[in-house]
Design a protein around this ligand. Sequence first.
Ligand SMILES: *Cc1c(COP(=O)(O)O)cnc(C)c1O
Length: 381
Amino acid sequence: MSTHFENIIGIIRQRYGAGQIPLHAPVFRGNEKKYTNLAIDSTFVSSVGEYVNQSEKMLAEFTGAKYAVATGNGTSALHAALVVAGVQANDLVITQPFTFVATANAVAYCHAEPVFVDIDKDTLGLSSEKLKLFLEKEAHVNDQGICIHTATGRTIRACLPMHSFGLVCRIQEIAKICKDYNIVLVEDAAESIGSYVGNTHTGLIGQLGTLSFNGNKTITCGGGGAIITNNEAIAKKAKYITTTAKVPHAYEFFHDELGYNYRLPNLNAALLCAQIEQLDGFLKNKAETANFYHNEFAKNDIEFVKNLEGTTSNYWLNCVLLKDRNERDAFLKYSNENGVMTRPAWTLMTKLPMYEHCIKGTIDNALEMENRLVNIPSSVL
Ligand SMILES: *Cc1c(COP(=O)(O)O)cnc(C)c1O
């Protein structure tokens, strides 16, 4: 086998040791058992409870958001965020083809359609330059101030960039462009808890952002998610529609709009509180891993994807680039057969049957990264 592959595996093993190495295993070494037991003892295991309130408070504090609304998973957070952003049936929402399917699915849940604009190769997230070119060429703002896709007459309501693997995209530039075109900016920060532009946490550059606490993410509570925002009206609306849009009353049930049961159960919230307590330590450890990889790979001429200057990545999943799809496939086979779990990037959204007909710009960078990128072990040690 090529010495190139052996070098990569050797460096991963220097960090993670012998035996089977998972891609990203959860770590429970804090108050997880204590808090979940307390939740059980309280009998409040379901849709209301003190841990739900506590987790929202802790998330707001950690991210610096004025408000956080906990949800049952990251996908439901995304769907609710788009509803709050005003996305309606037949609208268009600009996102990237290089993402996990939940990003595009959330748009489809609103009976809207994703529009795919290319990523930047250095950030792996939506390209501000490509976004600007796309809008200049294909859209205009009408006299009511609504952004219209000129060829179809459909409203471009929102833009939904995703911070891939924790790396931060050119989100400030994207925010400026969205402002010029009156497009609501929603950030899919599912992978980027602990990632910042300057001192601003991802998800807070746009009007609202979403997080995920699925089992493979930086912190997990089994299943969970959140919407974060600095806007009070957005936070209130998000809480309302994710808790069935029930008009408050001591015992009557009246719901005045279409709501969702997207609540985070108190039992999961207990787990989440215990994980947030350890988040600073997890991030520090992940930064050390990324630093180690970066230095060792540089010595061996192996391409590692680093954060953009002025941003902090949580390095949720570290990424290396192989020469082309053939080399990528050979490396995936070699590493997985040798006990080191690796995986390719997602198949592009533009290749999935649900989305292959959607409007798109040029997607050369996304195609190249799909062919070349491999995620390597990144667990907290
Ligand atoms: C994990 C993830 C989500 C949300 O996933 P859930 O499993 O529903 O919590 C959304 N978008 C991206 C990019 C993700 O990686």
